[in-house]
Write a protein that binds this ligand. Structure first.
Ligand code: ADP
Ligand code: MG
Length: 375
C-alpha cells in the first residue's frame, strides 16, 4: 500500500494571493460599428487607462500584477503568467489559471487558442511533460503519472466532458482536505500527442456547435484538470499529488442588461453565483481581511478550494476588449481585477494612441493636480 503524504493546505492559516493579470485583445473593426476607436489602452507592463464615461476629461488608471497589451503573443502570456506555476505541480502542490472577462474579449483565445496560435492549455500541458521527462532523467527514485479530466460547471451542475451525460457529479473533500469528484473520468496520458487526441475533440464539441451551444459555452465554466501523481519506487512508496486547473470561465457580462428572460435568466443567475462567489473568494484572499473565505458558496469555488489561495499557486487572467461596445463590461471586469485605481484629470487623447505613452508616475507624485481615489 502506498503511503499518502498530505499535499493540500492542512488547516494552516497561511493564504497566498491570487496573481491578477490583464490581457487587452487587439481592436477589431467589426466589433465597433460606430468606428469610435478604442476606449482603453495600456501604459506599461502593469498599468492601463480607460476613458471615464462620467467625465470625458478624465481617465481612470488601473494597476495590476501584470498587464499584457494587444501585441503580447500567446508565448508572451504563457511565459510571464503561467510557466512559473508549473514546477510546483511536480512537487505535490496545486495551481490554477483562470481566464475571466466578458464574452468576446479573448478568454478562449488565451486558454485554448488555435492551431496556429496555441494558447495556455496546450503550452502548459507540453511544459508539464517536459518537466516530467527532466525529472525522470534525473532518476531520483520517484515515478510519475499524469491524468487529465475535463468538466463543465453549467447552472451549478458539474458535468463530465470526457464521458458526457447529464448527471450532476458531487464534489467531496477527503480527510486531508483534498477536493475530489468521485465519478469523474480520469484519462491517463503518456504524451502530449495523447492529450491532443482526447482534449481537442472534447473542446471542439463544446465551442463550435450551434449558436445555442455557443450561448451555453459562454454561460458555463470549462475546467481542465491535469493531475500529476509521483510515487516513490522503493518502500515506503510515498505518494505526492499535484493538481493544475486550467479554467475558461463563463462570460462576466451583466446579463441583466441584455434582457434575458426565463431559463436564460436562471442560467445567468446560476453563473453569477459561481462568478460572484469567485470574486468574493479572490477579494478575500487578496485583501487578507482574515475573514472566512466563502469557498463553499458555489460549485466553482468549492471545486477550486484546494487549488486557489492556501498553499497553491494561482493566476487570474482578465481578458478585456478595447471597443466602446464593451465599455461597461470592461469597466466592471477591471474593477474586479484591479489592485488599485486612480482617476486622472487628463483627457483620453486619441491622437497619441500610436506613439509611446509616458511612464506612469506613482500616485503620490501625481496626487497634486489629480483626484486620488481608492478602489
Ligand atoms: P471569449 O472566449 O472571451 O468569448 P474569444 O477567445 O472567442 O473570446 O475571442 C473573440 C474573438 O477575438 C475571436 O475571434 C478570437 O480569435 C479573437 N481574439 C481574442 N483575443 C485575441 C488576441 N489576443 N489576438 C488576436 N485575436 C484575438
Ligand atoms: Mg469563449
Amino acid at each position: 500500500m502506498a503511503q499518502r503524504v498530505p499535499t493540500a493546505d492542512t488547516g494552516a492559516k497561511k493564504t497566498s494571493r491570487v496573481r491578477v493579470a490583464v490581457r487587452l485583445r487587439p481592436y477589431m473593426e467589426k466589433e465597433d460599428d460606430k468606428a469610435e476607436g478604442p476606449c482603453v489602452r495600456g501604459l506599461d507592463s502593469q498599468n492601463l487607462e480607460i476613458i471615464n464615461w462620467r467625465n470625458a476629461t478624465e481617465t481612470v488608471k488601473y494597476h495590476f500584477d501584470a498587464f499584457h497589451d494587444e501585441q503580447t503573443t500567446q508565448q508572451g502570456v504563457f511565459l510571464a503568467s503561467v510557466k512559473p506555476i508549473l514546477p510546483h505541480i511536480l512537487t505535490g502542490q496545486n495551481g490554477s489559471v483562470l481566464a475571466y472577462g466578458p464574452t468576446g474579449a479573448g478568454k478562449t483565445h488565451t486558454m485554448l487558442g488555435s492551431r496556429e496560435q496555441p494558447g495556455v492549455i496546450p503550452r502548459a500541458v507540453k511544459e508539464v511533460f517536459n518537466l516530467l521527462r527532466t525529472q525522470e532523467e534525473a532518476q531520483d527514485g520517484w515515478g510519475c503519472s499524469l491524468t487529465m479530466s475535463y468538466l463543465e460547471i453549467y447552472n451549478e451542475k458539474v458535468l463530465d466532458l470526457l464521458s458526457p451525460s447529464t448527471q450532476d457529479l458531487p464534489i467531496r473533500e477527503d480527510k486531508d482536505r483534498n477536493i475530489l469528484i468521485p465519478g469523474l473520468t480520469q484519462t491517463p496520458l503518456a504524451s502530449f500527442a495523447e492529450f491532443d487526441q482526447h482534449f481537442v475533440p472534447a473542446s471542439l464539441n463544446r465551442t463550435t456547435a450551434s449558436t445555442k451551444l455557443n450561448q451555453r459555452s459562454s454561460r458555463s465554466h470549462a475546467i481542465l484538470l491535469i493531475k500529476v501523481v509521483r510515487t516513490q519506487r522503493a518502500p515506503p512508496h510515498r505518494q505526492q499529488t499535484g493538481k493544475l486547473y486550467l479554467v475558461d470561465l463563463a462570460g462576466s457580462e451583466d446579463n441583466r442588461r441584455t434582457g434575458n428572460q426565463g431559463l436564460r435568466l436562471k442560467e445567468s443567475g446560476a453563473i453569477n453565483l459561481s462568478l460572484f462567489t469567485l470574486s468574493k473568494v479572490v477579494d478575500s484572499l487578496n485583501g487578507g481581511t482574515g475573514a472566512r473565505v466563502p469557498y463553499r458558496d458555489s460549485k466553482l469555488t468549492r471545486l477550486l478550494q484546494d487549488s486557489l489561495g492556501g498553499s497553491s499557486h494561482s493566476v487570474m487572467i482578465t481578458n478585456i476588449a478595447p471597443e466602446y461596445s464593451y465599455y461597461f463590461d470592461t469597466f466592471s471586469a477591471l474593477n474586479f481585477a484591479a489592485k488599485s485605481k486612480l482617476i486622472v484629470n487628463k483627457p483620453f487623447v486619441r491622437e497619441t494612441l500610436t506613439v509611446p505613452v509616458p511612464q506612469v508616475k506613482r500616485p503620490r507624485e501625481e496626487a497634486e493636480g489629480d483626484q486620488l481615489r481608492k478602489k
